[in-house]
Design a protein around this ligand. Structure first.
Ligand SMILES: CC(=O)N[C@H]1[C@@H](OP(=O)(O)OP(=O)(O)OC[C@H]2O[C@@H](n3ccc(=O)[nH]c3=O)[C@H](O)[C@@H]2O)O[C@H](CO)[C@@H](O)[C@@H]1O[C@H](C)C(=O)N[C@@H](C)C(=O)N[C@@H](CCC(=O)O)C(=O)O
Ligand SMILES: Nc1ncnc2c1ncn2[C@@H]1O[C@H](COP(=O)(O)OP(=O)(O)OP(=O)(O)O)[C@@H](O)[C@H]1O
Length: 468
């Protein structure tokens, strides 16, 4: 509407206006608006069009697209966090509303904390009255990944997804390495795998950036939830029966903030999201329990049973990606600058990944990857203190638990090649004496956890690969 001005405090309603998919072009359009303001249209482009979908697949695609529309709305909703959410068109069920409330409240946890907002009780998705909530439906999880399975595997350019890709390769699962957005770094890693690739386009509505300039609320959003929904939608279109992410056990634990409690930057990488989202797909898109469902659509994280340290150990077993990968998030901005040499060397992810790999890699190899030794630079001590949860909380980033950082540092303090380095020496002198030595052992943190959604036959085949 011409003349409409963005005023975050005056906005009352966030509207999910409509969503649609053109099977001839592969373009999905997701439309949102505040009050009677202009439509904000995000597009997602899946290569491989035109798509010829039978009735069941077309119906499943529309259901997953609808969920994608509702999840991706979080980027726009956050700009004003109005008190009312309105969904135009068909009403959603109570279980979908509950999943969305979970994603918005927890996925915007860091955003709310940093902006001094309280979203609890504020975010309500209107739902039709379904009667009793639908029971959790996990059927089929244990039977997938047999012959004929085809996985879309998310790749993020870092170590985690590369560990999963190599594990699936070893297990003989057909996989398409898939990513969202235009990152050249991710493309280089994907090409290095030598496997088929799928690069999905995503364009945020230009209005959002304009609203940001006009004073919108801004902050972290649950990007893994959005990427998961995009890949689930793509899986239905291309006929894949699995969507595989690489979120480790450690992702389920947030930063403990005094006076606030736990705030998890990476909530949508955690177990609670995986369970809820995976069960929703099973219930609404897959299974032969009703008309218009495809036979299977399994969503799981292959690394859920492992800690960050266990994943780092696994990654260190091969040097295939040393010259290509980076976990530094500064590579992935939509706008603005990127680090020149893949690792900025000063952010929490660079700090953590260097530390997590150090116990498992020859020192010269690690220093060659990063182009410098982060543990022999006294200027990095405050960054490492936060990782160690020493006089600071764990950073709002995708890093391992404090106990993992402390155990890795303690292991290095025993190694002649590391113990004289500035950050390690300072840990051994000032921090370790205050800790219980029994809590600093590395080995117990490398164990496998039973909580995961990996299909049972696949998990059995993976045991040998992971040396379990
Ligand atoms: C690359 C990055 O870390 N970006 C975070 C940063 O955003 P910034 O403003 O510096 O730049 P851009 O990423 O270019 O974004 C520009 C604006 O666009 C909006 N926006 C972007 C993507 C989106 O999906 N929705 C959006 O609304 C937003 O208004 C931006 O200002 O700081 C932001 C605020 O804290 C973060 O939200 C940005 O994080 C990105 C969404 C992102 O993709 N981050 C991943 C690298 C990331 O954090 N991955 C985690 C997974 C965490 C999770 O799932 O929650 C990981 O490494 O494991
Ligand atoms: N652009 C993207 N498109 C699709 N999936 C992505 C994208 N970025 C990240 N992911 C996926 O999201 C999950 C979390 O990302 P994360 O950054 O932790 O993993 P990574 O890049 O594989 O490893 P690292 O932790 O070393 O950065 C992973 O499964 C990753 O594959």
């Amino acid at each position: 509407m011409s003349g409409w001005r963005f005023d975050r405090d005056a906005i009352r309603t966030f509207r999910f206006v409509h969503c649609g998919f053109d099977a001839r072009t592969g373009v999905a359009r997701l439309a949102y608006a505040f009050d009677d303001g202009p439509e904000m249209i995000e597009t997602v482009t899946v290569p491989g069009a035109p798509f010829a979908l039978d009735d069941a697949r077309a119906a499943a695609a529309m259901r997953v697209l609808r969920l994608l529309h509702l999840i991706a709305g979080v980027s726009y909703y956050k700009a004003a966090v109005p008190g009312e959410i309105r969904i135009e068109g068909d009403a959603i069920g109570a279980d979908t509303a509950a999943l969305l409330e979970d994603i918005y409240v927890n996925g915007l946890g860091e955003f709310a904390y940093r902006n001094g907002l309280d979203l609890h009780g504020r975010i309500r998705f209107p739902a039709r009255d379904d009667g009793a909530p639908v029971a959790e439906f996990e059927a089929g999880v244990g039977t997938a990944a047999g012959p004929g399975a085809h996985a879309l595997v998310a790749i993020g350019g870092g170590k985690d997804s590369l560990v999963s890709i190599e594990a699936l390769r070893a297990a003989g699962v057909a996989q398409t390495v898939s990513w969202i957005g235009g990152s050249q770094l991710i493309r280089a890693c994907a090409e290095r795998t030598g496997l088929p690739t799928l690069n999905i386009g995503r364009q945020l509505a230009a209005e959002l950036f304009e609203f940001n300039r006009q004073g919108a609320w801004n902050g972290h959003i649950p990007v893994t939830a959005i990427n998961s929904a995009i890949l689930a939608f793509a899986a239905v279109l291309v006929g894949a029966d699995q969507v595989v992410f690489s979120n480790e056990r450690s992702a389920s634990y947030g930063s403990l903030i005094e006076g606030t409690g736990e705030v998890n930057h990476q909530w949508s990488k955690g177990w609670a999201f995986e369970r809820g989202f995976g069960a929703w797909l099973q219930r609404h898109a897959a299974g032969d329990t009703g008309a218009g469902r495809i036979s299977a659509l399994h969503y799981y994280s292959l690394l859920r049973p492992f800690s960050e340290l266990a994943v780092a150990r696994q990654f260190a077993r091969s040097d295939r990606y040393d010259a290509h990968f980076s976990s530094c998030n500064r590579n992935f901005h939509l706008l603005g600058e990127r680090p020149v040499n893949r690792w900025c060397g000063i952010c929490p992810k660079c700090h953590f990944v260097f530390l997590a790999l150090a116990p498992f890699m020859p020192k010269p190899r690690l220093v060659a990857i990063f182009g410098r030794n982060l543990l022999d630079d006294a200027a990095q001590i405050p960054g490492y203190d936060a990782l160690l949860e020493y006089r600071d909380h764990k950073p709002f980033e995708c890093v391992g638990e404090g106990r993992e950082s402390r155990a890795a540092m303690a292991a290095l303090a025993q190694r002649p090649e590391w113990r004289e380095d500035a950050v390690v020496r300072r840990f051994a002198r000032d921090i370790a004496p205050q800790l219980n030595p029994a809590d600093l052992a590395l080995e117990p943190l490398l164990g496998i956890d039973g909580e995961h959604r990996i299909p049972a036959p696949l998990w059995e085949r993976l045991h040998a690969h992971f040396g379990a």
